[in-house]
Design a protein around this ligand. Structure first.
Ligand SMILES: [Cu+2]
Length: 123
């Protein structure tokens, strides 16, 4: 009998420790808003066409096509200079934590009809 209650106590202590650990994880994860935003280059268009990102976020471009594409911000080359992405390859850029809210044209320099918008939204 004493053995059973000892076991039950050990289990409940363990449950408290686990929930405490999860609580700590949730607390430490919450202030970090940085995320990964996926943009697909598919059938010669950007999906989504308007990409919204916050300072600190990462944008992952995926070339889903069988042909070469590029990504380029002509108005903001220091953030994204022309970069070619092979078929089925991926390329990531990080939006600096200090970036200002702004809207930029996003283009593929190979396909002139392939246009999108990168919107950096305030934190
Ligand atoms: Cu293209």
């Amino acid at each position: 009998m004493g053995q059973v209650s000892g076991f039950a106590r050990a289990m409940s202590v363990r449950a408290i420790l686990v929930s405490a650990a999860l609580g700590t994880l949730a607390l430490t994860a919450r202030p970090v808003h940085a995320g990964v935003i996926e943009v697909h280059l598919k059938e010669q268009s950007f999906e989504p066409k308007t990409v919204s990102a916050r300072p600190g976020d990462t944008i992952a471009f995926y070339n889903d096509d069988k042909e070469l594409h590029s990504v380029f911000l002509p108005d903001h080359e220091s953030l994204l200079a022309e970069h070619f992405i092979d078929p089925h390859a991926r390329y990531e850029i990080a939006i600096p934590a200090t970036a200002d809210a702004a809207t930029y044209n996003l283009v593929c320099t190979i396909h002139l009809n392939m246009k999108g918008t990168l919107q950096i939204i305030a934190k």
